[in-house]
Design a protein around this ligand. Structure first.
Ligand code: ASP
Length: 634
């Protein structure tokens, strides 16, 4: 018999069906047990009668705990009128179970998934992202994103666009952020850069004559995370067109997104159509920002206020933050990027007054967020060279873009494009609090990837093959761990005091020489949870409750690290380990009893050196996951 999906049961009253999925909820009523089964289509109620726990059937039932995967054979029945649940599409039926098999048991989940999940600590959500995605809100977001990209593909391919993939291992593509670089093994000492966007490739595809290109492009930028920008990587709808004006690009993007909203977000309404176009100067004067929030009612979750910001100046004053065009010593930096064309009327001003030159840049704004940007590009070699000069490129830097200048000598169509962010649009349209809510496996704000916990160390063998030696401040013994910590605290402008004292190893000894209470000592312990090192911090007078910790964080095997392991992971001996996990690449968990202290004190990598500081600022720097998992030490 073929598997039936939960929603299909309504069409199969009276028939025997096989269902497969997860147990969502379970209600035991003596002789009768109700289970809700969930699959990709939705949920359906199962009724299991009989309570003979000793029979094979009964044993199985007891294992059908929430989130176990089960297979059920049963007959679809109409529910009695009084039991109909109008809230779910299968509310008028239930399946009377004849046979139930538990395909895969499930332990208790580390957090609830029947809520929207905002209340759960994000680090834990990321660690178990595959469970977090089971929650309805996350599933909905990912499905919506898939429908969105499908819609976009159809829309564009119907209009003669060609989808082209461009390299990920490539050369720097300056969008104003830092590059991620990847070492080359075959050419030791050389590096690829991950693309900040396919900007140069898409322009080269215009030289190649494709005329209309798009790509759902992964972009990589090593910049500090913000609410509307993911750390590391994100996806944008990268588009480029030949023989177009700025007007053509705006019209096309506006039409695409208007239709997309109509199709995918029927409950939403667009504040003003056609979208208002606001000159940059006016935006700044009227709203104090180039991405104004033009919603009429900011409390209306269904309002989408699109706008275009246009007529940007081609240049801004260069600052040290302008990576790449980089020294921060030239006067001009591109407002958008260095390939944006100047307004044709302003070309003479490039010689006389560059700051007055308008650029053919356009930003797509939604509810106060910049959700996309683009421009008409330079397609003339001498103009491109002029811009390189103005932004202070050295000959060497110019040489990095020689391929563009060369390409511009072989018949270049005038061209331009735009790149709306996929995640960025979706997060804004849905009003999610962070862009990570619309990504399956985002990196944390600190740059740690979900579930897999990258970045991680390369083995000595790998490094040798690459000809790389890591000049690291960590993992090289107590003195440098101490330096790393004080540096970290300085960078975070935290107030702290350092203490030198005779060597101590236990919390008691430490408290005695420092004349501090035992409980003010923040004791760092290294453990292994399911084979991976982790660190916990407790007050010196308390002990970890292994059982509670396991339960809290869904860990199966938990054990103390051996002294050798402590040395290997932290490079410092037991007793000197400071309560900072991330400097050793291990997750950090803090017992909430530490918070009873206003000030805490800890050995900072050495048996002879301690640091004391406000508990609050410690948390700010160390960023632990906080839970309650200690008991009084005997
Ligand atoms: N390359 C630009 C960006 O990624 C977009 C564009 O100019 O088309 O922001």
């Amino acid at each position: 018999m073929k598997r039936t999906l939960a929603v299909e049961t309504v069409k199969k009253v009276g028939e025997e069906v096989i269902l497969k999925g997860w147990v969502t909820t379970r209600r035991d009523h003596g002789k009768i047990t109700f289970l809700d089964l969930r699959d990709r289509s939705g949920i359906v109620q199962l009724v299991y009668s009989g309570s003979d726990l000793k029979s094979e059937r009964g044993q199985t039932l007891s294992e059908a705990r929430p989130e176990a995967v089960i297979e059920v054979t049963g007959v679809v029945k109409e529910r009695p009128a009084s039991m109909v649940n109008p809230k779910i599409p299968t509310g008028q039926v239930e399946v009377e179970v004849e046979k139930l098999t538990v395909i895969s048991k499930a332990r208790e989940l580390p957090f609830p998934i029947d809520t929207d999940g905002y209340e759960v600590n994000e680090e834990i959500r990321m660690k178990y992202r595959y469970l977090d995605i089971r929650r309805a809100r996350m599933t909905r977001n990912l499905r919506l994103k898939s429908r969105m990209t499908t819609f976009i593909r159809n829309y564009l391919t119907e209009r003669d666009f060609v989808e082209v993939e461009t390299p990920i291992l490539t050369k720097t593509t300056p969008e104003g952020a830092r590059d991620f670089i990847v070492p080359s093994r075959l050419q030791k000492g050389k590096f690829y850069a991950l693309p900040q966007s396919p900007q140069q490739y898409k322009q080269l595809l215009m030289v190649a004559g494709l005329e209309r290109y798009f790509q759902l492009a992964r972009c990589f930028r090593d910049e500090d995370p913000r609410k509307d920008r993911a750390y590391g990587e994100f996806t944008q709808l990268d588009m480029e067109l030949s023989f177009v004006t700025q007007e053509d690009i705006l019209t096309l993007a506006e039409d695409l997104f208007t239709k997309l909203v109509g199709e995918l977000f029927p409950e939403k309404h667009i504040t003003e159509t056609p979208w208002p176009r606001i000159p940059h100067k006016e935006a700044i004067a009227r709203y104090g920002t180039d991405k104004p929030d033009l919603r009429r009612d900011k409390k209306d979750p269904n309002e989408l206020a699109f706008a275009w910001t246009v007529d940007f100046p081609l240049f801004t004053e260069q600052s040290e933050e302008d990576f790449y065009h980089g020294s921060g010593k030239a006067r001009f930096a591109p407002s958008h990027h260095m390939f944006t064309a100047p307004h044709p009327d302003d070309i003479p001003l490039l010689e006389t007054d560059p700051m007055k030159v308008r650029g053919l840049q356009h930003d797509m704004v939604l509810n106060g967020y910049e959700v996309g940007g683009g421009s008409i590009r330079i397609h003339e070699r001498h103009v491109q060279e002029k811009v390189f000069d103005l932004i202070g490129f050295t000959e060497e830097q110019k040489a990095q873009f020689d391929h563009m200048l060369t390409a511009f000598t072989y018949g270049v169509p005038p061209h331009g494009g735009i790149a709306p962010g996929i995640d960025r649009f979706l997060f804004t349209a849905l009003g999610e609090p962070s862009i990570r809510e619309v990504m399956a496996f985002p990196a944390s704000a600190g740059g740690q990837t979900s579930v897999m916990d990258a970045p991680s160390q390369a083995s000595d063998g790998q490094l040798k093959e690459l000809g790389i030696s890591v000049v690291s401040q960590k993992k090289t013994g107590g003195e440098s761990v101490y330096r790393t910590i004080t540096q970290l605290l300085d960078e975070g402008h935290s107030e702290y005091k350092t203490h030198e004292h005779k060597a101590v190893t236990t919390s008691r000894e430490a408290a005695d020489v420092r004349h501090t209470s035992l409980s003010a000592g923040a004791k760092a312990i290294l453990l292994y949870g399911d084979g991976k090192p982790l660190m916990v911090v407790l007050p010196g007078d308390r002990k970890i409750d292994m059982h509670a910790f396991k339960k809290l964080y869904g860990i199966k095997d938990l054990r103390m690290a051996t002294p050798d392991e402590v040395l290997r992971v932290t490079s410092v001996p037991i007793g000197a380990v400071p309560p900072f996990g991330h400097i050793f690449d291990v997750p950090l968990y803090m017992d909430d009893a530490v918070r009873k202290n206003d000030t805490i004190v800890f050995n900072a990598g050495l048996h002879t050196k301690s640091v004391s500081m406000a508990e609050k600022s410690y948390e700010n720097v160390a960023r632990p996951v906080v839970g309650s998992f200690s008991r009084e030490a005997a």
